[in-house]
Design a protein around this ligand. Structure first.
Ligand code: MRU
Length: 414
């Protein structure tokens, strides 16, 4: 695989942190998110001070990726709660409108959690976080906490989600790398293909599927990572490429439509991908997996070419209440995300310099084009070889079925 060449180069950021949170212990708590609509060309952090800010950031995809969406939603309310406590303590003029009774505080937080749930429908992590945080709030009321006690319980639980996500991703990376390596004892170094962005930018850090790529690389087991452009929103070329290049991981971009040719070419050379590794937005009880549009096509291709198909996701992405993929609601995005590309102007003919200040949208379709723009598709469990979580790797049993319930009987990351 040759190295990527002649792509316009922009200065890389020192940081791939999608979520910058200053915890409540160092007052005041604050939250900023890296505006992913401007990556890879500009590194701009947006302050998030309220649930309304978080809703807008999630819906516009300034922050995206199943785990990151849930954490930003949760922390936005932590910042709001901290601000309310500070205003009540200093009795500022606007503090009279802030609820003080525990039941009223709980009702206010729960109402905002329900509002945030409406921002994007497919990734279950947000719904899972909302359910968990509502239980924390209601539990604090039942235990007799006062208004600030309810707020403190909420803030503690939201902050814990941030810490746990990085831990979980590191464990997923470790387990996934080990599972893939075990299937390729004879090969020293492995080639893999990934889709969409599942890295540091889509999570609190490190990443899920991209965490496995990072882990393989860290262990000296990775020869090369190919990644798809991920049309129509280009999370692959814009974000995954940014992360892989940042980390110095050997990598090559392909368009989504080149995946079949890549597998065929490697096969004709007596070689093969070790695995296609993808993330997930919602894994149903039976293992059917909703993920970025194009995932299903890759799973079909992988099966045809005898390549392992691996889904990497924390348990918060597994939705035991959804029996199968048929019940998963697939978000449809606005047509303009499909009918145009956004980026800075290329300043020189050689394609080596770009004007990062001049980011514009360019139409790529005939005027009046109608389009269908589902953001996700569902890959049937039948086509999935392994579901890698922080506590273990699920494989199908002799009847060809996943037992995902079992993963929830494992109490902690070992
Ligand atoms: O529409 P997006 O960019 O939020 O979609 C993201 C994906 O589909 C990711 O692959 C998935 O959320 C897993 S992120 C660790």
């Amino acid at each position: 695989m040759s190295s990527p060449s002649s792509a316009p180069s922009a200065p890389l950021s020192d940081s791939l942190q999608a979520i910058l949170y200053t915890p409540s212990s160092s007052k005041p708590a604050s939250l900023k998110i890296l505006n992913q609509l401007l990556l890879p060309h500009q590194t701009v952090y947006i302050p998030i001070t309220s649930a309304a800010d978080a809703f807008t950031a999630i819906k516009s995809m300034a922050v995206r990726g199943a785990p990151a969406i849930a954490i930003v939603a949760a922390l936005s309310l932590a910042v709001e709660a901290e601000g309310e406590m500070a205003r009540l303590a200093s009795k500022t003029s606007d503090s009279t409108s802030i609820p003080t009774e525990a039941v009223d505080v709980a009702a206010s937080i729960n109402g905002k959690l329900r509002y945030l749930l409406g921002s994007r429908p497919t990734a279950v992590n947000l719904a899972e976080a909302v359910g968990k945080l509502a239980r924390v709030v209601d539990g604090a009321v039942e235990r007799g906490a006062d208004g600030d006690g309810v707020r403190k319980a909420y803030v503690e639980a939201a902050e814990r989600m941030l810490v746990l996500d990085v831990q979980d991703n590191t464990a997923i990376g470790e387990r996934g790398a080990e599972w893939i390596r075990a299937g390729h004892e004879k090969r020293r170094k492995l080639r893999v293909l990934t889709h969409c962005n599942t890295g540091s930018l889509a999570t609190a850090g490190y990443g899920t599927a991209l965490g496995i790529v990072r882990s393989l690389y860290g262990k000296g087991l990775l020869e090369h990572a190919c990644y798809t452009e991920t049309r129509p929103y280009n999370q692959g070329s814009r974000l995954t490429g940014y992360e892989l290049l940042h980390d110095g991981i050997p990598c090559t971009l392909i368009t989504d439509s080149m995946a079949a040719a890549l597998m065929q070419k490697l096969h004709s050379e007596g070689d093969s991908l070790a695995a296609v590794i993808v993330g997930a937005d919602r894994v149903a009880l039976n293992g059917d997996t909703a993920n970025k549009i194009g995932t299903y096509a890759l799973a079909v291709l992988a099966r045809f070419h005898g390549v392992k198909f691996v889904v990497a996701a924390p348990r918060t992405t597994i939705d035991l209440a959804t029996p199968s993929g048929k019940e998963i609601v697939i978000e449809e995005r606005p047509p303009d995300e499909m009918l145009s590309v956004k980026g800075p102007q290329v300043l020189t003919g050689s394609g080596t310099a770009i004007d990062i200040k001049n980011i514009t949208s360019i139409s790529t379709a005939a005027l009046g084009t109608q389009c269908w723009n589902p953001a996700f598709d569902v890959t049937p469990a039948e086509l999935i070889d392994a579901i890698v979580t922080e506590v273990g790797v699920a494989e199908k049993n002799d009847q060809g079925k996943f037992d995902l319930q079992h993963l929830f009987s494992i109490s902690e990351v070992k």
